[in-house]
Design a protein around this ligand. Sequence first.
Ligand code: ADE
Ligand code: ZN
Length: 330
Amino acid sequence: MPLPKAELHVHIEGTLEPELALALAARNGVELPYADTEELRKAYQFSDLQSFLHLYYELMAGLRTERDFEELADAYLARAAAQGVRHAEIFFDPQAHLARGVEMGTVVEGLWRALGRSEAAHGVSTQLIMCFLRDESAESAMRTLDAAKPYLDRIVGVGLDSAEVGHPPGKFREVYEAAAALGLRRVAHAGEEGPPAYISEALDVLGAERIDHGLSCMKDPALVERLVRERVPLTVCPLSNVRLRAVDILAQHPLPAMLDAGLLCTVNSDDPAYFGGYVDDNFHAVHETLGLSHERLRELARNSFLASFLEHDEERRARYLAEVEAYTFE
Ligand code: ADE
Ligand code: ZN
């Protein structure tokens, strides 16, 4: 049995496995420039975030109906459950679908068909976080927030993703203020490829409560000190960082140093269908390659529940935390 954990950084579109991507495209009559999965798999060589995003947005073309989004989420939740995930806070990218003529309702209702029965079907509690694409305009983000208003009972918060460098968080100040006024929680990708200043800006200007990735904080000791003092959670994604070349090899990943510095790190999969592993595969990798002890892994799992947006159900959080403490490693 894997260590119980929460997954706080997973893009539902990044769980689209090549087989499902091709099957959905075929079912919906969408042409993709890959004859079969063998040919498609050859495209999974990334040199940076942008080169990955190209394939990520391309393969989404097959996602068109509620049923497609339901199948996507259901497949992720089954895999997550097998990896010890007890609670998942799942990102989705509505602008990438709206741009293709797929409506907000189709995306949210489709995902909800799977999420709504996830506890019964998979033993995984879930929440949805709607991300804005930072390489699109602030006006587009605001229109997206407006389009989500009928579905706010299904969305716990907002996030910020896509191409980071050259797109600092500050541009989204108003939309984050509007989201906060609607009672939404706030997170943001920062410091994946971008500088430490983007992390500070996400905290100061957007009011981000968690930082997704946050790797580059290690270049700025004063920022590390602040993140430790304010107990800002970082959702670290080790296999993603290797595949997108934020670090050269896993053995050089700063996660051990981040934990030693006292940062509240969690380990997550990001886009597991693209990066060679789901969340427990990330846990195994940091154990094997970075030498993180079993007690460090327990700390990471504990942090995942401490950092999760479970304030509406502290009893549940306490139950999950007790499972982490009671876990015995094989
Ligand atoms: N969208 C999906 N995965 C992402 C990542 N790792 N960084 C930024 N945007 C993303
Ligand atoms: Zn991400």
